[in-house]
Write a protein that binds this ligand. Sequence first.
Ligand SMILES: CC(C)(COP(=O)(O)OP(=O)(O)OC[C@H]1O[C@@H](n2cnc3c(N)ncnc32)[C@H](O)[C@@H]1OP(=O)(O)O)[C@@H](O)C(=O)NCCC(=O)NCCS
Length: 181
Amino acid sequence: MVILRDMIESDIEDYVRWFTAETEWMDWDAPWENEETTPEAERESWTEYFGQVRDLPEDVPRKKFEIELDGRHVGWVSRYFDLDYVENPEKIPAVGIDVPERDARGCGVGTEALRQFIEYLKHCGYRRVYTQTWSGNVRMLRVAEKLGFVPYACVKDLRTVRGQKYDALTLKLELIGEEQP
Ligand SMILES: CC(C)(COP(=O)(O)OP(=O)(O)OC[C@H]1O[C@@H](n2cnc3c(N)ncnc32)[C@H](O)[C@@H]1OP(=O)(O)O)[C@@H](O)C(=O)NCCC(=O)NCCS
């Protein structure tokens, strides 16, 4: 069973591992952004982050949830407003997802977690969401397609990944029947 939940303290060490040792997921999530880091630096920054979110009141809208599969922490979903190469004056959220645990991928976890997060955003009052990826990320594109996202913006050849050019893609999903102005 897939659930979304707030961060707990034991997640910190998962993040340290995902950002320093088991980093294969980064080959797919914005692989043009490569930052050097260390376990100590990650531990410090995730501990600080946990301190900021650990006691959030129930009614504070969440920017991020942890993904749990059958009781195991396998990744996260998040939202942001500062889109790359797309103006966003209406502050429409873009959703992102990562499932660093490789054995949890490819069996519907990503789609189900993002579906739940989008449902949450709909309850928060949002009427549209975006997601951004690149044309080589076939799994993310398939997840977006399964959830009903449609193409919104494309910048041809903007991304270079492992020596090849790919398009930067933004997709949108209307959460209610009507188009937003
Ligand atoms: C992208 C990601 C979140 C998707 O999660 P997931 O649990 O693997 O997704 P799902 O299993 O729900 O769906 C994946 C779909 O891609 C398909 N797929 C997998 N490999 C594929 C390939 N090589 N070519 C085409 N489709 C592929 C799967 O068959 C599945 O579609 P289906 O349900 O029609 O069979 C996850 O793979 C991940 O974290 N990847 C690394 C980080 C990343 O890319 N993050 C997104 C950055 S924009």
